[in-house]
Ligand binder design. Structure first.
Ligand code: F6P
Length: 541
């Protein structure tokens, strides 16, 4: 038994959850007319309505007590002040520094990181302005019309998601993203491009990631075969922490945009990894994104726990998963442009909190992160919402809804909003057998036909959800939304006493891929397990 599950705050919540049958949302709303107002917080332009969570004042108080017991305020402060809280890699965790204003001071081992953060931002700005204005051209003097970002994981998901999310205001060059080692992607991308007007960004924190380096070599070979070796300088830039490897690849230091080991890959879109965002939308929009995130950072650092939006999101996810038995976390963004948000959240949350030993290296005896999944509304309603409403397990849902639309179809925006609100209401209230019976009787059902028609139409209800409102999906609100989720992940990790900032779980597969590749090349399968040997024997040569 680890200490967390034996702790007073955890045990108290367990007791509370045992009587959670009494937490019936419909009744709670009926008993407390101002419930929605009481259980809504706002920060940095975001509104979180958590009144459809199965909590009351006592539960919230006990969740806050759990946060206090786990020393959440101290951990927040440790992160913001540059302590090496990523213990297994001995690194500070300072994505918050990437969006802090120029005059801030953040020390790591006594050195202020802010001058270098802003020096890189300024270089990115100059470069983006030059590319966008045509001052930076390709080798033959052609204007850059297409940018290909080659990167994977955090070096792909964040910038790609943001670029799609901001699509309404796109004014820069066309963007392409290549991540997969499956060369179907790079070859299809290259086929659509002209070498003379294409710029490649090779984005890799380590600059050793197999997939990224393979795609970067393919792109380099394509460019050189059309324009010659000398063209690499005008057509390739790197985003990395590893200057030596960048140089080895043939990209000069002058064409590298640096970031640092205290930026986790999945927290890196705010760094030079965000260069595609700046190239597409311009430096001012990128700085708006940073400003929105910074506003959320300030709120997270200073607001009392009970009014702290990311803290509440983190605690509610723990409550649902560890105490109420929610099977997974569904993310339903009612915004087509947030189609890639789920992919970004999946890496953020599941690479951060998909752990089973605590900070002391002891196996945990409680669930850490549940699976995060989802899709955009309204599409999701016609795919998996059936299970959310009537399935045998409970799944907590985050509804995300930007209110103002940037298109010419206001009636469809009203439909989108109506659907979002209707889904969370339906999950909460459900539909009783009596309600179904009355409805069916009004339609003329009676006798056996009526009796057998009732059960499939009953909704249990009482299924918890958050609703997160944004005034609109612009850079500032998006920055705040992403920062809120980053901090939510950190909050849950503090409760679970795990390190959210390493990812050793992806290493074994990477190592084995190298040895399987050698086995394929050498046609020698000795040393592998029976299944891998048998599968290798079926690989055509
Ligand atoms: O998937 C593991 C991982 O290390 C992620 O954490 C990271 O975002 C991704 O690979 C890409 O790494 P890099 O930026 O070093 O190429």
């Amino acid at each position: 038994m680890s200490r967390l599950t034996e702790s007073p705050a955890w045990k108290l919540l367990q007791d509370t959850a045992r009587s959670a049958a009494s937490l019936v949302l419909k009744d709670l709303f009926a008993a407390t007319p101002d419930r929605a107002e009481a259980l809504t917080v706002s920060a940095a332009g975001l509104v979180l309505d958590y009144s459809k969570q199965r909590v009351d004042a006592v539960v919230v108080e006990r969740l806050i007590a759990l946060a206090a017991q786990q020393q959440l305020p101290r951990w927040i402060e440790r992160m913001f002040s540059g302590e090496r809280i990523n213990a297994s890699e001995q690194r500070a965790v300072l994505h918050v520094a990437l969006r802090a204003p120029r005059d801030t001071q953040i020390l790591v081992d006594g050195n202020d990181v802010m001058p270098q953060v802003h020096a890189v931002l300024d270089r990115m700005t100059a470069f983006a302005d030059a590319v966008r204005s045509g001052g930076w051209t390709g080798e033959t003097g052609s204007r850059i019309t297409d940018i290909v970002n080659i990167g994977i994981g955090g070096s792909d998901l964040g910038p790609r998601m943001v670029c799609e999310a901001l699509a309404a205001s796109h004014a820069g060059p066309r963007l392409h993203f290549v991540a997969n080692v499956d060369a179907a992607q790079i070859s299809a991308t290259l086929r659509s491009l002209k070498p003379s007007s294409t710029l490649f960004i090779v984005a890799s924190k380590t600059f050793t990631t197999q997939e990224t380096m393979a795609n970067a070599r393919a792109a380099r070979h394509w460019l050189v075969s059309h324009l010659g070796e000398a063209a690499v300088a005008q057509h390739f830039v790197a985003v990395s922490t590893n200057l030596a490897e960048v140089r080895k690849f043939g990209i000069a230091a002058a064409n590298m945009f640096e970031f640092w080991d205290w930026v986790g890959g999945r927290y890196s879109l705010w760094s030079a990894v965000g260069l595609p965002i700046m190239l597409a939308y311009g430096p001012a929009t990128f700085r708006e994104l940073l400003a929105g995130a910074h506003a959320m950072d300030q709120h997270f650092r200073s607001a009392p726990l009970a009014q702290n939006l990311p803290v509440l999101m983190g605690l509610l996810s723990v409550w649902n998963s560890n105490f109420l038995g929610s099977e997974s976390q569904v993310i339903a963004a009612y915004a087509q442009r947030l189609e890639r948000f789920v992919g970004w959240v999946q890496q953020l949350e599941m690479e951060s909190n998909g752990k089973s030993v605590d900070r002391e290296g002891l196996p945990v005896d409680y669930r850490t992160t549940p699976a995060h999944w989802g899709d955009v509304g309204t599409n999701a309603q016609h795919a998996f919402f059936q299970m959310l409403h009537q399935g045998s397990a409970m799944h907590a849902v985050d509804f995300i809804l930007p209110l103002a639309a940037e298109h010419d179809y206001p009636e469809q925006q009203r439909m989108l909003i109506a659907n979002c609100l209707a889904q969370s209401a339906a999950l909460m209230r459900g539909k009783t057998a009596d309600e179904v019976r009355t409805e069916l009787q009004a339609k003329g059902f009676e006798g056996e036909a009526l009796a057998s028609a009732i059960a499939p139409r009953v909704f249990g209800g009482n299924r918890p959800s958050n609703t997160i409102l944004l005034a609109r999906l612009d850079a500032r609100h998006l920055g705040a939304l992403l920062a809120a989720y980053e901090h939510r992940t950190f909050v849950a990790s503090v409760i679970w006493n795990i390190n959210a900032f390493d990812q050793w779980g992806v290493e074994l597969g990477k190592q084995l891929a190298q040895s399987v590749l050698r086995a394929i090349d050498a046609r020698e399968a000795a040393g592998f397990d029976g299944s891998t040997r048998a599968l290798l024997a079926r690989i055509p040569h």
